[in-house]
Design a protein around this ligand. Structure first.
Ligand SMILES: Cc1cc2nc3c(=O)[nH]c(=O)nc-3n(C[C@H](O)[C@H](O)[C@H](O)COP(=O)(O)OP(=O)(O)OC[C@H]3O[C@@H](n4cnc5c(N)ncnc54)[C@H](O)[C@@H]3O)c2cc1C
Length: 586
């Protein structure tokens, strides 16, 4: 194996009935379903599976188990719809709330070590926007394993996959999606260890590649969350849905964005401004700190803007000191350790400085409730393509996701994806595949590696993240978004000449970071165009020039299509079954 050289022209072709891209919670549960159905399945992942971002999830996974107090899936469904500012597709929210219950029970049966109540049931805590009896008061709905819930989920599912003989291709970076003649035919992957190109021929491909928080400067997301699957689908003609709704989480570590889970507020933590006041009183008198995230993030910024940040600065306090050592150490051990390590703060005795941080992609690849990708306003299915998890938009989160609803989403719809794929591949042969299918992407990668002069990846990425955070974060307005449109367009032009220093084949992370920057630019382009067009405020999309929600004109989903010029926007109706839109007060 040479350290430098050109990519071998040999095309290694693998054949699988089903291919899954991504080994987070969504991909793993889909793989498990397929393996149980006896379908020959490959899971491709650019990271070692247990390093997927699902493992960083802290706070919990919600299900209306009612282990502490009365609860019903209908209440969970209502909270999800209201929390999403009525942009949620209610057929999907119903599936989510109902199947959350069996999903959590199944996880328990797989051996997930949940915290327990004194009488041995799964323990549950409060989380933002989850209420009893349609908004009466906060309810305990989030199941958890200390503040390491995602870690436990990932380990449990990975063990199950190994037990059922799922075939993993670890550190295979998927670089293209093969769709031809309206049919999915497989994927192209770049093996990170040696730069070899591998083609996976398959008539059923699931995209489960997670989010793209790395397009923002301050984010809770791991470095790997660069929207690969989302961008690859977009490049292949699949529209992206509701990209303008990116969630900014209220409580990140100041300056670096590492998350301090909402579990801290779920366990009773307070937010305080410079005068020590619990300022959420002014914004959400009933739910206070447990209002939905979009509202809490805006409230924090309002306090800062009006000079009530700590010492007049740009942060406020998360105060846990009244909870006591025992609660903090048994229920919030990891996040309090973050405060000690990154901030030198002792949360048992001192308040923790926090500011909002970019957290979660509410939009993404449009799917129906069976995780089949749909490509237009009338939900026409693209044969053989599926999406689940954070990269997908089903849409259960609408304009704002409730905390702990993502872990449920990835598992409920990951499982449904596996089931749909197993059903669809039964009795089907593999699709035909052009013998040169991997040539276009191989040529792109060759050109990138071979370029001798040009700008650095890091410079373009840093600029992108800074302008996105500045003009497309918690507050947005028309002029800023127009300017941002031009800035992103310029960065795309500059990216066409990006240069990678490493010319080698072995673990060339420089090259892969350049590819990932291309995906982030695609996600940013779609986000900004959708945000500029939507002249209202709803959930996580807040326009200072249009501060009200406008159901007459905007109770609809955005679909954005890539073109050679500016992206094209279309809209599709929201599915409303049980709950008519109402003003959203907490
Ligand atoms: C710090 C943090 C805390 C959170 N806490 C909670 C919580 O308490 N409760 C909750 O409900 N939600 C929480 N969330 C959100 C939730 O964890 C995520 O939305 C969810 O885990 C995403 O799962 P996923 O399966 O979609 O993708 P991920 O777990 O992100 O996995 C993505 C997978 O795709 C693979 N991949 C990506 N690109 C490629 C490529 N080009 N080729 C091959 N493979 C690729 C990666 O290797 C990885 O295996 C949290 C998120 C963060 C960041």
């Amino acid at each position: 194996m040479a350290e430098t050289g050109t990519l071998s022209r040999r095309q290694l072709v693998h054949e699988y009935e089903a291919v899954i891209v991504g080994a987070g919670g969504a991909g793993l549960w889909a793989a498990l379903e397929l393996a149980r159905s006896g379908v020959k399945t490959a899971v491709l992942t650019k990271l070692y599976p247990t390093r997927s971002h699902t493992g960083a999830a802290q706070g919990g996974i919600c299900a209306a188990l009612g282990n502490h107090e009365e609860d019903h899936w209908e209440w969970h469904m209502f909270d999800t719809v209201k929390g999403g500012d009525y942009l949620v597709d209610q057929d999907a929210a119903e599936v989510l709330a109902k199947e959350a219950i069996e999903t959590v029970i199944e996880l328990e049966h797989m051996g997930l070590p949940f915290n327990r109540t004194p009488d041995g049931k799964i323990d549950q805590r409060r989380f933002g926007g989850h209420t009893r009896n349609y908004g009466e008061a906060a309810v305990r709905r989030a199941c958890f394993a200390a503040d390491r819930t995602g870690h436990m989920i990932l380990q449990t599912l990975y063990q199950q996959c190994i037990k059922h003989g799922v075939r993993f291709f670890d550190e295979y970076h998927v670089v293209d999606l093969l769709i031809d003649g309206g049919q999915t035919r497989g994927v192209v992957a770049y093996r990170i260890a040696d730069g070899e190109i591998h083609v996976f021929r398959s008539g059923a491909v699931l995209i489960a590649t997670g989010g793209f928080g790395r397009m923002f400067k301050i984010t809770s997301n791991a470095l790997s969350l660069t929207g690969d699957g989302v961008a690859l689908a977009y490049r292949r003609g699949v529209p992206l849905e509701d990209m303008e709704f990116y969630q900014i989480h209220p409580t990140g570590i100041v300056g670096i964005g590492i998350l301090l889970s909402e579990a801290a507020r779920g366990e009773g933590g307070y937010l305080r401004n410079d005068s020590g006041e619990r300022f959420m009183e002014r914004y959400a008198p009933k739910l206070m700190e447990l209002a939905p995230r979009d509202m809490v993030s805006r409230a924090i910024y309002m306090e800062i803007r009006e000079g009530r940040g700590i010492n007049g600065g740009d942060y406020v306090y998360l105060d846990l000191t009244h909870l006591g050592r025992e609660v903090i150490e048994s229920k919030l051990p990891d996040i309090t350790e973050f405060a000690r390590v990154y901030q030198g703060i002792e949360p048992i005795t001192q308040p923790v400085p926090i500011t909002p941080t970019a957290h979660y992609a509410q939009g993404g690849i449009p799917t129906n409730v069976d995780a089949r990708v749909v490509v237009d306003e009338v939900n026409t299915v693209l044969p053989g393509l599926y999406a689940a998890g954070e990269c997908a938009c089903v849409s259960v989160h609408g304009a704002n996701r409730l905390g702990t609803n993502s872990l449920v989403d990835i598992l409920v719809f990951g499982r449904r994806a596996g089931r749909s794929m197993a059903k669809d591949v039964a009795g089907q042969g593999l699709p035909d595949l052009d013998p040169d299918a991997s040539e276009p992407v191989r040529a792109e990668i060759e050109a990138l590696r071979g370029r001798e002069s040009g700008e650095s990846v890091n410079r373009i990425r840093t600029e992108l993240a800074a302008v996105m955070w500045e003009r497309c974060g918690v507050f947005r307005e028309g002029a800023g978004l127009e300017r941002l449109t031009g800035e992103v367009r310029d960065l795309r032009h500059r990216y066409a000449n990006v240069k990678v220093e490493d010319k080698g084949l072995v673990f060339n992370t420089d090259l892969l970071e350049a590819r990932e920057l291309g995906y982030l630019l695609d996600c940013a382009e779609a986000t900004v165009a959708a945000a500029l067009a939507r002249t209202e405020s709803r959930g996580g999309h807040y326009r200072e020039d249009f501060p009200e929600r406008n159901d007459t004109d905007w109770l609809k989903h955005t679909l954005i299509y890539r073109t050679d010029g500016d992206p094209q926007l279309r809209y599709k109706p929201v599915t409303i079954t049980r709950f008519q839109p109402k003003p959203r007060v907490y």
